[in-house]
Design a protein around this ligand. Structure first.
Ligand SMILES: CC(=O)N[C@H]1[C@@H](OP(=O)(O)OP(=O)(O)OC[C@H]2O[C@@H](n3ccc(=O)[nH]c3=O)[C@H](O)[C@@H]2O)O[C@H](CO)[C@@H](O)[C@@H]1O
Ligand SMILES: C=C(OP(=O)(O)O)C(=O)O
Length: 430
C-alpha cells in the first residue's frame, strides 16, 4: 500500500487549483441513467471514486468517454450515454467500494421500473443506513424489500408517483436519490426538509438543464413536477468546497499564503465564519481566494458540524488538526456521524492534546506537533494527518493513503508545488 512521507515545518506559498467536487460529480454521473441522450460533465475531478462509479455505470450499459484527462481540471469532460440500460442490478463487489453507488437506485427505478442495488453497508465513520432513501421511494409507490443484502425495488404499474416526503433528518444522498427519481415520476413530488448542500443544488441545476421541472433550488423544500423524458445536457461540476477548505487550512497551519483557484468563497461560508476568529484571513481574488494567517497566531475556537449551511462534517477532521497547534482550547462537536473522530488518536501520536467525550472533542493547542508514523482511517481523517504532518516538526508517514485517493486529486503534487516537502512512497518501492 502506498504511503505519504512529509517533512514538516515549511510554509506553503503559491497557488493551488481546486477540482470539481467529488460529492457533486458522483450523483451527476448517476443522473446519466435518466436519459437515453448524452450527459456531458465538465470540470470533472479524476479520483478513485469516479473510476469506481464509471465501472458500476458501465455494467448498467452506460457508454462512457473521458476527454482531456491530461489538462487542467476545467478541461476535463466525461460523456455518459445510457442509450439502453442493459442491467438494473448494482452488485455488491462494486457498491461496497463506495457508498455513493446507492445513488443509482432512484434513477434506475424511475427509468426502468426496477432496480436491485446492494446495500452499501456501514463504514468507518458511522452506521450510515439507507432507510430514508427506501422510505422516500416507497412514498412514491415503489415496493421495496431487502433480500440477500440487496435492496430489491419495483415501481408501481405506470411508474413512480409524485408524493410529498418529509425527511425526518437531513440526508444529502436520500435527497439526491429522491430528486432524481421524482424527475420522471407521474405528478408532483415535494421534498420537505431536503438537504441544501451545494452539491444537491448542482445536481438539481443539471437535471433542470436535462429538462426536469424543479423549483426551490437551494432551499429545504424542493418541488418536482414529473416529465415523460429527460434529454442530454452539458454541465460543469461545482468546485470542491471541501478541497478548498482543506487547502485553506494548509496555508494557515504552515504560516504561508496560498491562492486557491477555480473555487468560490460563498461555498465555504461556514468554514470562513469559524476560521476567521481562529486567526485565518481570506481575501477574495480573481477566480478564487487568498488565504493566510491574519496575525501570525492561530487560536482555538468552538465548532459544531451541521447540515449545510452549517460547518461541514467533511472539514471537521482538518479543523481538528488546525486547532491542535492553536493557542488555547476549542471544542469540536460532530452532529452528523457517530464515529468520526478516528483521526484524534492518530493526531495524539503526533503530540496533540485531544480529549473525546461522546460527540465532542476538546482540543488543547500545543506549541508544536512532532512527526510520527500514523494510519489513515477514512478520507478526511487521512487529509487531516497530512495537514498535521505539514505543520509538524520532523518526519510524518501517513499509511493507507488509498483513502486520500478517493477524494484528493494529485494532493502531494499540488502541495509540493507550493513548497511542501512531501512525497508518495509507492508500495512497490517500499
Ligand atoms: C458522496 C457524498 O455526497 N457524500 C457526502 C454525503 O454522504 P451521505 O449522503 O451518505 O450522508 P447523509 O447526508 O445521507 O447522512 C447524514 C446522516 O443521516 C444518516 N442517514 C442517512 C440516510 C439514511 O437513509 N438514513 C440515515 O439515518 C446518516 O447515517 C448520517 O448520520 O453527505 C455527508 C454529510 O454531509 C458527507 O459527509 C459525505 O461526504
Ligand atoms: C464521507 C465522505 O464521502 P462518502 O460519502 O463517499 O463516504 C467524504 O467525502 O468525506
Amino acid at each position: 500500500m502506498d504511503k505519504i512521507r512529509i517533512r514538516g515545518g515549511k510554509p506553503l506559498h503559491g497557488s493551488i487549483t481546486v477540482g470539481g467536487a467529488k460529492n457533486a460529480a458522483l450523483p451527476l454521473m448517476t443522473a446519466a441513467l435518466l436519459t437515453d441522450e448524452t450527459l456531458t460533465l465538465t470540470n470533472l475531478p479524476i479520483l478513485a471514486d469516479i473510476n469506481t462509479l464509471c465501472n458500476l455505470l458501465l455494467q448498467h450499459g452506460v457508454g462512457i468517454r473521458l476527454a482531456g484527462a491530461g489538462g487542467e481540471c476545467a478541461g476535463r469532460e466525461l460523456e455518459l450515454t445510457a442509450r439502453d440500460v442493459t442491467n438494473t442490478t448494482a452488485p455488491y463487489d462494486l457498491v461496497r467500494k463506495m457508498r455513493a453507488s446507492v445513488l443509482v437506485l432512484g434513477p434506475l427505478l424511475a427509468r426502468c421500473g426496477e432496480a436491485k442495488v446492494s446495500l452499501p453497508g456501514g463504514c468507518a465513520i458511522g452506521a450510515r443506513p439507507v432507510d430514508l432513501h427506501i422510505k422516500g421511494l416507497e412514498a412514491m409507490g415503489a415496493e421495496i424489500r431487502i433480500e440477500g443484502g440487496y435492496i430489491v425495488a419495483k415501481a408501481p404499474k405506470g411508474g413512480l408517483r409524485g408524493a410529498e416526503y418529509v425527511f425526518p433528518k437531513v440526508s444529502v444522498g436520500a435527497t439526491e436519490n429522491l430528486l432524481m427519481a421524482a424527475t420522471l415520476a407521474r405528478g408532483t413530488t415535494v421534498l420537505v426538509n431536503a438537504a441544501r448542500e451545494p452539491e444537491v443544488t448542482d445536481l438539481a441545476e443539471c437535471l433542470v438543464a436535462m429538462g426536469a421541472k424543479i423549483t426551490g433550488l437551494g432551499t429545504d423544500r424542493l418541488t418536482i413536477e414529473g416529465v415523460d423524458r429527460l434529454h442530454g445536457a452539458r454541465h460543469m461540476v461545482v468546485p470542491d468546497r471541501i478541497e478548498t477548505g482543506t487547502y485553506a487550512m494548509a496555508a494557515a497551519m504552515t504560516g504561508g499564503t496560498l491562492d486557491i483557484l477555480n473555487t468560490r468563497l460563498d461555498l465555504i461560508k461556514a468554514a470562513v465564519t469559524a476560521l476567521v476568529p481562529a486567526g485565518v484571513e481570506f481575501t477574495p481574488i480573481d477566480n478564487g481566494v487568498r488565504v493566510s494567517r491574519a496575525n501570525g497566531e492561530l487560536v482555538g475556537v468552538d465548532v459544531m458540524t451541521e447540515p449545510f449551511p452549517g460547518f461541514p462534517t467533511d472539514l471537521q477532521a482538518q479543523m481538528m488538526a488546525l486547532m491542535c497547534t492553536a493557542r488555547g482550547a476549542g471544542m469540536i462537536t460532530e452532529t452528523i456521524f457517530e464515529n468520526r473522530f478516528m483521526h484524534a488518536p492518530e493526531l495524539t501520536r503526533m503530540g496533540a492534546r485531544i480529549t473525546v467525550h461522546g460527540s465532542s472533542a476538546l482540543v488543547r493547542g500545543v506549541e508544536r506537533l512532532t512527526g510520527a508514523p500514523v494510519m489513515a482511517t477514512d478520507l478526511r481523517a487521512s487529509v487531516s494527518l497530512v495537514l498535521a504532518g505539514l505543520a509538524a516538526e520532523g518526519e510524518t508517514t501517513v499509511n493507507r493513503v488509498y483513502h486520500l485517493d478517493r477524494g484528493y486529486e494529485r494532493l502531494e503534487e499540488k502541495l509540493a508545488a507550493c513548497g511542501a516537502d512531501i512525497e508518495r512512497i509507492r508500495a512497490e518501492d517500499d
